[in-house]
Each structure stands twice: as structure tokens, then as C-alpha cells.
Design a protein around this ligand. Structure first.
Ligand code: GLU
Length: 428
């Protein structure tokens, strides 16, 4: 199925509540460090990124004018393997946001125990306002600017908000032309015919739903006519909704940057995908009412899956959440004060670094396939993904039970311990 990559974008006004991601990442980290009783020096080291690059580069626009673009690549920690993480193209990108996202990638890769460190990149631009040629030029220039610190053994980018498989293809090409041979393992999330992996598009959403189903099993809830609301209809949101639908859940609401649609009887997601492909919008899908992105968060449902951007569940929106389970398809959708409110309301949160790790897990498969020049079929990818997500859910859950922690703190404790051990064993 052809679906644009990149997690769902919110509107500009919602983008304004961006920022704060780094505070969130730090607050979560501090809490875990306290529980782990981690060495102060080590904690101090892990709280900042190992390497940060800011680049400014020119692009000749279609009207002939030269415009300066600013981009970043932050490598948080490479103790467990090459740095790994997406690239975000959005007008609100900031160094602090990229820092937070890079740190979350380190923890995410450690939670699911794949041999990577964490990184993230971003370019301040609005890809929707660029022509295809301009987008290609921005991508190629950015790829060349970050080339000194990227490569198949060093740092491997992937799609994130505002970037696509096509963008990855240009990055691969920029690297391959420089080196004189096709280097598929330099990026993941590529198109299939140049070394992308079967099942990469679907991976994040499938992974989200594997963790949801496992949570139901662990908590002894019946996984039957589960009502799901999904915020965001980019890559993560789309495939979360589709996977939920395929698992027999009733997906009652989805949204994109302009707002959402709701039908308490459930939306036929495969038909909705056809509607979106034909009309480019959610509204007008038969039988559904309009909802705003904030109304969606408060809908009656069993599972709420925020799959768009950071800072969606806050002290303002969390009090009205009615779900029993929040499945974080996005990175950093919940602020620490919202975490406290949800806990008070007895709502379980499957944290981002576990819940949405399916994307980077299949990126890892794609990288391995690229290095070996040997490709797996989709059933193989899906099965291996399921195994890793289920095992990781149990690792986190057992840690939570043993230490009497919420799942987020348990996941962070597990991840930080793995990274700290890697650093100690290697010798600092
Ligand atoms: N951007 C995705 C994430 O935040 C995928 C990263 C990757 O595959 O490297 O997890």
C-alpha cells in the first residue's frame, strides 16, 4: 500500500506547543536515574548528547533566489552500536527538540535490545511549501553537510515527520555517488526497489498494536471489540489504525493536521485509506462526524493512540482522557504532569520508547538485509518484529512489577541500565 511516510503533522497552532520536548526527556531521565541510583557523573554524561552538528546551507529556489536552510544532526550515545534515528523536516524543528528525540532513540534501541545508539536530525523547512526539485536539493545538501558524521557503521538516518522513502532514496544516492557504489545500508525506510525492507512502512503501527494486544493479555483484559482512537494519520497513525482494524478492534476516530473524524460504530479503515487517496482529506468520509484533535483525545474509547507529535497529552488535555490504555505511537506525546494525571486516573501508558519501537526494529532488519545483500519476505519481517515487540513488552512489564514502577519509568530504567553497562564494560 502506497502511503506517505512521516508521522502525522499537527496544525501550526499545535506546533506552537512544541518545545518542552527536551524538558520532558530530561524530567523522565532524572526520575529513572533517581530510582537506579546511578553514578552522578555517568548520569550527567548520559543527559547530554555525545555529538551535535548544526549546518547552514544554501539552496537555489525555483524562482532563482538563494535561500539559507538550517539543519541539525544530534548523536546522543553510540555505546551499543551505530547511531540510529530519523530526520524531521518541519518549520518548528529546533536543536532542543532534536536533542530530545535523539535521546529517546538511544533509550528506544536499548529497550528493544537492538545494537544501536540514538540519533535524530532535522531541517527547519516546510516540505509542503517546497517543489519536488527544491525538496530534493534541500535533502541532498543536508545529506552532504552531515556526511562527515553519517555512514552505515556510524549513523544511519531514517524517515520521521515530514520525510519520506523518496527523501531516503536521495540521501542514499548522495552517499553512493560520493563513494562510487550503491550503499543501501546508509539509510533505512528506503523504497523497496533500492533495498528497502518489506514491512518497513507498516512496522511502527504494527508494533504499536502488538504492544497493545500484549498489554491486554498481561492485564487479563478481554481483547474483544476494543475501541481505539488514533491521533495523527501520517505513517505511524495510518498503520496503527490499519493494524488495529486488522486485529478486530473498532477504530472510532482518526485525525490529521486539520482535524479528525469520528464514528462510534467504527470506521472502515481500508475504505478510509482509499477515500484519503482519492480526496486527500478525512472529512467527507461517510457516516463520520468531525472532531478537533483535542476533542479526539477525550473521546470514549478503550485505547487512545497519540501518533502525531510531542506534548499532546498535557495537564490541560490529560484530565479528560477516557481510555484505559494510552499507546504512544508518537515520540514524547505525554508531558510528565500529564503522566501523573493519567496515573491518578488509573490509565496505563505504554511509553513511546517501547510502543513505537517497531519502526526502528524493522529499520534494523533493513540495515542487516542491506549489509548482507540478502532480503527477507514480509511474513518473515512481521514475525521477527512481533517476537521482539512481545519480548520487549515483557522485559519492561517484569521490570515494572519487580520495582513497582509505571511502564515508562520501568522502560527507561531498563534502557539506561543497558546503556550504562555497555559504557562500563567498554571502559569509559
Ligand atoms: N523516526 C522513527 C522513530 O522515531 C524511526 C527511526 C529509525 O527507523 O531509525 O522511531
Amino acid at each position: 500500500m502506497e502511503i506517505a511516510q512521516g508521522q502525522g503533522n499537527m496544525t501550526n497552532s499545535q506546533a506552537n506547543i512544541q518545545g518542552g520536548a527536551l524538558e520532558t526527556a530530561h524530567a523522565q531521565f532524572d526520575r529513572a536515574v533517581q530510582i537506579l541510583n546511578l553514578d552522578v557523573g555517568l548520569a550527567d554524561l548520559l543527559k547530554s548528547a555525545q555529538r551535535e552538528l548544526t549546518v547552514n546551507f544554501p539552496v537555489k529556489m525555483d524562482d532563482g533566489a538563494v535561500r539559507r536552510f538550517t539543519g541539525y544532526r544530534v548523536q546522543h550515545n553510540a555505546s551499543r552500536g551505530p547511531n540510529k534515528g530519523g530526520i524531521r523536516f518541519a518549520p518548528y524543528v529546533s536543536l532542543d527538540e532534536v536533542r530530545a528525540l535523539a535521546m529517546w532513540m538511544t533509550w528506544k534501541c536499548a529497550v528493544v535490545n537492538i545494537p544501536y545508539g540514538g540519533a535524530k536530525g532535522g531541517v527547519i523547512c516546510d516540505p509542503k511549501q517546497l517543489s519536488v526539485r527544491e525538496l530534493e536539493m534541500v535533502t541532498r545538501r543536508y545529506a552532504n553537510e552531515i556526511a562527515p558524521i553519517t555512514g552505515p557503521e556510524v549513523d544511519i538516518p531514517a524517515p520521521d515527520v515530514g520525510t519520506t522513502a523518496q527523501v531516503m532514496a536521495w540521501i542514499m544516492d548522495a552517499y553512493s555517488v560520493r563513494h562510487g557504489y550503491a550503499a543501501p545500508a546508509v539509510v533505512t525506510g528506503k523504497p523497496l526497489n533500492i533495498g528497502g525492507s518489506a514491512g518497513r512502512n507498516e512496522a511502527t503501527g504494527r508494533g504499536v498494536m502488538f504492544t497493545v494486544r500484549e498489554a491486554y493479555r498481561v492485564f487479563g483484559w478481554r481483547f474483544d471489540d476494543v475501541v481505539v482512537a488514533v491521533q495523527g494519520f501520517g505513517n505511524a497513525g495510518t498503520f496503527t489504525a490499519l493494524a488495529a482494524h486488522e486485529m478486530g478492534c473498532r477504530v472510532v476516530a482518526v485525525s490529521n493536521s486539520k482535524g479528525g473524524i469520528y464514528n462510534s460504530r467504527g470506521l472502515d479503515i481500508p475504505r478510509l485509506l482509499v477515500h484519503v487517496r482519492e480526496h486527500g482529506t478525512l472529512p467527507g468520509f461517510d457516516g463520520a462526524d468531525g472532531v478537533t484533535n483535542y476533542e479526539l483525545l477525550a473521546l470514549p474509547c478503550d485505547v487512545l493512540a497519540p501518533c502525531a507529535l510531542e506534548n499532546q497529552l498535557t495537564h490541560e488535555t490529560a484530565p479528560s482522557v477516557q481510555a484505559r490504555l494510552v499507546a504512544e505511537g508518537a515520540n514524547g506525546p505525554t508531558t510528565p504532569d500529564a503522566d501523573a494525571i493519567l496515573a491518578e486516573k488509573n490509565i496505563t501508558v505504554i511509553p513511546d520508547i517501547l510502543c513505537n519501537a517497531g519502526g526502528v526494529v524493522v529499520s534494523y532488519f533493513e540495515w542487516v538485509q542491506g549489509l548482507q545483500r540478502m532480503y527477507w519476505d514480509e511474513a518473515d519481517v512481521a514475525q521477527r518484529l512481533e517476537r521482539i515487540m512481545i519480548r520487549s513488552f515483557w522485559d519492561v512489564h517484569e521490570n515494572a512489577v519487580r520495582r513497582n514502577l509505571d511502564l515508562r519509568t520501568a522502560a527507561l530504567c531498563l534502557a539506561i541500565t543497558r546503556v550504562a553497562e555497555a559504557m562500563q564494560i567498554r571502559g569509559m
